[in-house]
Design a protein around this ligand. Structure first.
Ligand SMILES: *Cc1c(COP(=O)(O)O)cnc(C)c1O
Length: 392
């Protein structure tokens, strides 16, 4: 097990990835999973942790996979599912990565951990660092983090530092900090985090009773998650547990869409976005560090990418809440907005099994809702007034 603290290849400068001994890539490994609860650690054999007694866990994973018949009906699709990652301990899929990443920090005897964040990474790291007794430093772009996420980082006791710049700027300086100081970096350039996140694929496979979706739709920011989910499906394939793979579909917000633009143009080069803009702050990222892995995932799987506008994101957020009772934050609604757009354009077919990954909980960003809807009306304590109002 590699114990060296290193994030990039010394020869080519590219990001690293965790690979397992071929002995583990056998279908029999899955027999160990059967008796365990649905969670990240159900799949411990395929997670890069040496000592399972030292795992830092808050009960992450095991999120519901909701069959969305009302949404499906609205779109004329038969099998639409939403994987609700908002059910994780701090309300986003980031917890799947942090349980592995922070355990790794302990394994490497690190005392301090750090990240740059659009909000959810810092909320998650702050919680897991608290549980592990580690000092946590988080850098966030000034004024661009949803309120719910900021209060999480604060209450879990992280040292929160606002940077007068965007996420990409904050990431650049935190990387420099961690390269020169004994502080463990837990952004998604850290390959161990992606290992935890790949369990989204394992759970989908488990929850569908061994079936493989035709398409998996994922909102894309720094592009770690779509890469991780693809890795998960590929490992199931290598183990001989599935005999085909889903197409990976990446959705970005129009104002922050370097990967989607590259894929749509069939280009071999990426053009980073200097000033990314979208109300979906969790995917407001112009220079996604995992872009190479994500482009590979989309192309290798025969998938595609699409952009959605802020209006489309907000209307998808409302639709999902009203048709299915699932309240997600705007970035998560991007996957639903993507599904709506693709199905209207004939790029998702009626009989296909589609899974949208809803990445984070709606309560993290209440401001965006209050800005769109009128305040509820107020009445005197009088039932007749109530009846009158309700029957108009
Ligand atoms: C982090 C995050 C994303 C983006 O994931 P990447 O791995 O950066 O592509 C999307 N939605 C939510 C809610 C997130 O917290």
């Amino acid at each position: 097990m590699p114990s060296e603290i290193i994030y990039m290849c010394r020869r080519c400068g590219d990001l690293l990835s965790v690979e397992y001994n071929v002995d583990l890539m056998r279908p029999e490994i899955a027999s160990n999973w059967v008796g365990r609860a649905l969670s990240v650690w159900r799949y411990a054999e395929l997670l890069p942790i040496v000592d399972r007694n030292k795992i830092v866990s808050l009960g992450e994973g095991g999120t519901s996979l909701n069959k969305c018949d009302r949404l499906g009906g609205y779109l004329g699709l038969k099998e639409v599912y939403v994987k609700n990652e908002g059910e994780n301990p701090t309300g986003s899929f980031k917890d799947r990565g942090m349980t592995v990443g922070v355990t790794k920090a302990l394994e490497m005897s690190m005392k301090r951990v750090a990240c740059a964040s659009t909000g959810n990474t810092s909320a998650s790291l702050a919680a897991y660092a608290a549980k592990a007794g580690l000092e946590c430093i988080v850098l966030i772009p000034s004024g661009k983090v949803a309120l719910g996420k900021l209060v999480q980082a604060i209450i879990y006791g992280a040292r929160v530092i606002q940077v007068k710049g965007n996420f990409d700027d904050a990431l650049r300086i935190v990387e420099e900090l961690c390269m020169t100081q004994p502080i463990y970096l837990l952004n998604s350039i850290n390959p161990y985090r992606l290992e935890g996140q790949k369990t989204i694929a394992f759970e989908i496979w488990d929850q569908l009773g061994g079936k493989v979706p035709d398409k998996v739709i994922v909102p894309v920011g720094n592009a770690g998650n779509i890469s991780a989910i693809w890795k998960g499906f590929r490992e199931l394939y290598l183990m001989g547990l599935i005999n085909r793979l889903p197409r990976m579909i990446g959705i970005q917000a129009e104002g922050a869409a370097p990967i989607a633009n590259m894929i749509k143009m069939g280009s071999s080069e990426i053009k980073f976005v200097e000033k990314p803009e979208t109300i979906a702050t969790a995917i407001r990222i112009g220079s996604p560090v995992n872009w190479k892995k994500a482009v590979k995932a989309i192309r290798e799987s025969g998938g595609l990418a699409e952009t959605v506008s802020d209006e489309e994101i907000l209307s998808a957020q409302k639709l999902l809440a009203r048709l299915e009772g699932i309240f997600v934050e705007p970035a998560s609604a991007a996957s639903i907005a993507g599904l709506i757009k693709l199905s209207k354009n004939g790029l998702v077919e009626k009989d296909e099994l589609v899974v949208c990954v809803a990445t984070g909980h709606g309560l993290k960003d209440p401001d965006i809702i209050l800005r769109q809807f009128p305040k509820p009306i107020e009445i005197e304590v009088d039932v007749n007034t109530l009846i009158k109002i309700l029957s108009v």
